[in-house]
Ligand binder design. Structure first.
Ligand code: PLP
Length: 410
């Protein structure tokens, strides 16, 4: 078995142990790929769950010989299995796993050179803004922050030196939807790269490569891992010309995912389809309940038919996910709600089995300057909820009790 430095999916027959008759993952649906997405069957024992290869280095049979694994910063069997699984779920040829979503985004930036301009969604994960603005800007990259859900602004933001467009869709936390096909068309005229952060919908609901994107980014910490127990991040793509540079960045920087975290993420992915269905159902129940509540001014949820980009969203995604944001009428309710929820946890992050409520102003988006934050819509009345997979009636009862306390003004 020779797997050195590559995750090419097509030619992995040799890394199987006991042959599985007629096993052809390329024909499987997403639900099946989530369970059987990799191909690294452990031939020695026939272990059904891919082992945690907790080894930093691998013994060479002789000079100039390798099992395909040399040193775990370069490649590790558990990580490779995960990389292949996530690649397959996105319909991609290649996958690279990093220590977190930010590690993946940091690797993406290193494809570019000082002087290059990168157009970025203005409404996006605060950590991504911080990474670009506080760090990479000082290395000579230029970034502009654009409401990419507005086609005119997107067109106007493209310059001759624009080498990449980086978008989140739906966006975090305002749930704006960007036209992936249009972004691809515009940046490809410049021979540039479209990267889509697909964390919010996961590959179960949206596959940006099929819509023309060049790279997909995931924070695997969220829906892919799904259990609020590990960090991970991914870049997936089908560009032969990008694979070697990206693999080299991953190997050289050392922000790669460790074997145990790779295994946890793999295990999480096995139930991705079941979880996403329930996240989606619970998200809708909560969005509808919030919309009917007198203390709520507005609900941001892509599954509402009157969401401004409902048609676009339905044309590029198969579902609406479990994320719901909302404006309260009165910011005085925020501390009451955060203190009063008991089943729903007041914690940063999203996409896990436990429902979480966040206050973007002071948590996920605190790194974004006030003017930009406000122009994106992140104000002191905005809350964001990640619907978990609990019983929806219990979630609604918890919200009802917490909102009830606001009325009493405690
Ligand atoms: C969490 C998140 C990230 C960062 O990922 P980490 O795994 O926390 O490093 C990037 N993008 C989005 C949309 C996120 O939600």
């Amino acid at each position: 078995m020779d797997l050195s430095g590559r995750t090419r999916l097509a030619d992995e027959d040799e890394c199987r142990g006991p042959p599985r008759k007629g096993f052809s993952p390329e024909n499987f649906a997403r639900d099946t790929l989530a369970v059987h997405g990799g191909t690294l069957f452990e031939g020695l024992t026939g272990a059904v769950s891919v082992p945690i290869y907790q080894s930093s280095t691998f013994r060479h049979p002789g000079l100039g010989e390798s099992t395909g694994f040399d040193y775990s910063r370069g490649t590790n069997p558990t990580r490779l299995e995960l990389e292949n699984t996530v690649a397959r779920l996105e319909g991609a040829s290649y996958g690279l796993a990093f220590g977190s979503g930010m590690g993946a985004i940091s690797a993406f930036i290193k494809l570019f050179k000082p002087g290059d301009h990168i157009l970025v969604s203005e409404d996006l994960y605060g950590g991504t803004y911080r990474l670009f603005n506080d760090f990479y800007r000082h290395y000579g990259f230029s970034f502009s922050w654009v409401d990419t859900s507005d086609a005119d602004k997107l067109r106007a933001g493209m310059g001759d030196n624009t080498r990449a467009v980086f978008v989140e869709t739906p966006s975090n936390p305002m749930m704006k939807v960007t036209d992936i096909r249009l972004c691809a068309e515009l940046i490809h005229k410049n021979r540039g790269i479209l990267a889509v952060d697909n964390t919010f919908l996961s590959p179960y609901f949206q596959n940006p490569l099929a819509l023309g994107a060049d790279l997909v980014v995931h924070s695997g910490t969220k829906y892919l891992g799904g259990h609020n127990d590990t960090l991970s991040g991914f870049l997936v793509h089908s560009r032969d010309d990008l694979e070697e540079p990206l693999r080299n960045i991953q190997k050289s920087e050392g922000a790669c995912l460790g074997p145990f975290d790779s295994w946890l993420t793999l295990r999480g992915i096995k139930t991705l389809a079941l979880r996403m269905e329930r996240h989606g159902q619970n998200g809708r129940r909560i969005a509808e309940w919030l919309r009917g509540n007198g203390r709520v001014e507005k609900v941001f949820y892509t599954g509402f038919e009157d969401h401004p980009q409902f048609a676009l969203s339905s044309s590029q995604a198969r579902g609406h996910g479990g994320m719901v944001s909302f404006y309260l009428k009165d910011s005085a309710d925020v501390p009451v709600i955060l203190r009063s929820v008991s089943l729903i946890l007041f914690a940063e992050s999203l996409g896990g089995v436990e429902s979480l409520i966040t206050y973007p102003l002071v948590q996920t988006h605190s790194a974004i300057p006030e003017a930009m934050r406000l122009s994106a819509g992140v104000n002191e009345r905005l809350m964001r909820l990640s619907a978990g997979i609990e019983d929806p009636d219990d979630l609604i009862a918890d919200l009802d009790a917490a909102f009830g306390r606001c009325k009493r003004g405690c």
